[in-house]
Every structure is written in C-alpha cells, then in structure tokens.
Design a protein around this ligand. Structure first.
Ligand SMILES: Cc1cc2nc3c(=O)[nH]c(=O)nc-3n(C[C@H](O)[C@H](O)[C@H](O)COP(=O)(O)OP(=O)(O)OC[C@H]3O[C@@H](n4cnc5c(N)ncnc54)[C@H](O)[C@@H]3O)c2cc1C
Length: 288
C-alpha cells in the first residue's frame, strides 16, 4: 500500500526551527534554543516512541519482533535509555573526538553544561566515582603494560535517567511541539528555508522551516548523510570507532566496578595508543 500524502492544497505548517531526533542531542538543542531565543516556533520530531514506552522483547528472553519498524533500542534517547545499566555521566570529555572537533576549552564547557542539565532534576547530586583507584589495581594493569584512566563519573540508574528525560520533556512542554513516531523523511531547499517531508505511519506531511537541525544519532547516520549530500552539503567522513562488546558474569566484573564504574584501560605501544578497553563494572555490570 502506498503511503498517503496530505492534500496538495492543504495549508503547509511553518516552523522557525525543526529538530529531527529527541535523543540527548536534540533535547539539549531544543532547550538551548528556547532559553536563548524564547518565542521561536520549534518542532521536535522523534521517530521512536515516547520515552516511557521502550520495552524490548529480547530483554525478557523472547525473540526480536521488529516492533513495527521502530526499534526501541536504537530510537528514542539512544541505547542508554534502554538498557538496564542506566547511564554513566563523565565530567570530562572522555573521547578524543569532542576535543578534536571543538578544542579542549569548548569541549570541557559543553561537557560541564551537559552534566549540569542531566543531573539538576535529581533530588540529590550524584556521587562522583572513579577518582581514587587503588595502587593494587594500577599496579596489576601496569604489569601488563596497560594504563588505567582515573576520571570522575556519576552513575544514574534507570529510574534516575527516566526522571531526567521526563524533566527535559516537561521543561520543553510549553515552548516546543514534540511529535513522536514521526520522522523526517526528506528535505529540499525552499527559498531561504527548507520544505520538509515528514512521515508518521503511512501518512506523509509537508512542512516548511527556516532552520533544520539533524540530531538523528546512530539510527540516522546513513539517511542523514544522504540527506545532507542531496542538499549539496559536503561532509567529512566520521571518525570510525569500532567497539567490540565482551560479556562476562556480574561477579567477575564486580571487583572492577569497585575501582571504577566505567573503567577505561589503554594499551600503548611506546607513545602510540593501540586500544582502549572499557569495563562497565558497576552493580549491574555484566547483566546483559
Ligand atoms: C547500550 C548503550 C549504552 C550507552 N551508555 C551510555 C552511558 O552510560 N553514558 C553515555 O554518556 N552514553 C552512553 N551511550 C551513548 C549514548 O546513548 C549516545 O552517545 C547518545 O544517545 C547520543 O545522543 P544523540 O542525541 O546524538 O543520539 P540518539 O540518542 O541516538 O538520538 C537520536 C534520535 O534521533 C531519532 N531519529 C533518527 N532518525 C530520525 C529521523 N529521520 N526523524 C526523526 N527522528 C529520528 C532516533 O530515534 C533517536 O531517538 C550508550 C549507548 C548505547 C547503545
């Protein structure tokens, strides 16, 4: 069956800014916009379901059912909202990419703002862990030419993370229109702005916008790149970061979690960094 399109003569909604993607990037962008430019008409589109509807049959031991084309693992606040290990928030830009792209000062400022926004809805400020590694642990890894990184991390459980996301949405409720299970399907230049095609189920709708923000995360990597190219925007190849996940039983990870909730171990070959290993070893470590 072909998707239906709104009647051609139907009134086309106009928005000052349309943001595609309501993960942490899109929500933070919406918040910054409404604080810095109150009164702008902002539409936030999210392909996934609402944040409180993220079940996954695989978690309960059942087979993947496809969830009607909307995977709850990769849509809606990325994977961190889905899995039971909650989220770890670092006070420092932990990856080198943020620093490479923005410079150390801006990267640190962005990280501090994100940390503040993600922790202020909590009743008590979370404890910062991972700053007092024992000599025993440092020496044990050092014996194998592996270096442990000491950096502060806060651990948010599932309910705290849910509270944070709910708070984000509540703050935006009066200033931003949010549409879930609605995705940006296409965009084309339209005078000084853009004409957008938005899909919700089988229905296509046309919108116009002065500005478009693409905050589509990993679910949107391919389609976003294709869309940018169709608009004549050149893009740099992303820095590829290959992650391999080894799973081990929680009792084995527990001692590592006592040292650091998100331990990063770097293997070096002289001055050259060869690999970084991450161990999520907190109380829920190894649960997957
Ligand atoms: C298992 C797992 C655990 C993680 N744990 C942590 C952690 O502990 N700490 C941490 O800091 N990070 C963690 N991360 C990484 C974190 O989830 C991502 O860095 C973060 O979600 C990226 O934010 P984002 O807004 O860029 O993208 P996303 O969170 O991926 O959000 C993008 C959103 O855009 C939507 N979208 C995509 N295409 C469209 C479209 N065309 N139209 C409308 N909407 C669209 C998607 O549905 C999605 O909701 C984890 C990731 C995974 C997978």
């Amino acid at each position: 069956m072909k998707p239906s399109t709104a009647h051609p003569s139907a009134h086309i909604e106009h928005w000052d800014v349309v943001i595609a993607g309501a993960g942490p990037g899109g929500l933070a962008c919406a918040r910054a916009l409404t604080e810095q430019h109150p009164g702008r008409r902002v539409l936030l589109l999210e392909a996934g379901r609402t944040y409180d509807r993220h079940p996954c049959p695989v978690d309960k031991g059942f087979a993947c059912t496809g969830c009607a084309g909307i995977c709850n693992v990769v849509s809606g606040f990325g994977g961190s909202m889905h899995y039971g290990d909650g989220a770890k928030l670092s006070l420092l830009p932990s990856g080198r990419r943020l620093i490479d792209h923005f410079g150390a000062t801006t990267a640190q400022n962005l990280c501090s703002t994100a940390y503040a926004w993600l922790t202020e809805p909590l009743a008590t400020a979370p404890e910062l862990l991972g700053q007092n590694l024992t000599d025993r642990a440092i020496d044990a890894f050092d014996a194998n030419a592996l270096a442990i990184r000491e950096y502060p991390v806060a651990v948010l459980g599932e309910s705290d993370l849910g509270r944070v996301i709910k708070d984000f949405h509540n703050r935006l409720a009066t200033a931003v229109t949010v549409r879930h299970t609605t995705e940006l399907a296409a965009a084309e230049p339209n005078g000084t702005g853009l004409l957008l095609t938005v899909r919700s189920g089988r229905t296509l709708q046309r919108l116009s916008a002065d500005h478009l923000v693409l905050a589509t995360g990993r679910r949107g990597v391919t389609s976003t790149t294709a869309l940018l190219h169709s608009l004549g925007v050149t893009t740099d190849l992303p820095d590829i970061s290959l992650g391999v996940r080894f799973e081990m039983a929680a009792p084995l990870l527990a001692p590592i979690g006592e040292e650091h909730p998100d331990l990063k171990i770097t293997q070096t070959d002289g001055a050259r960094k060869v690999k970084t290993f991450c161990f999520c070893g907190g109380p829920n470590g190894g649960r997957l």
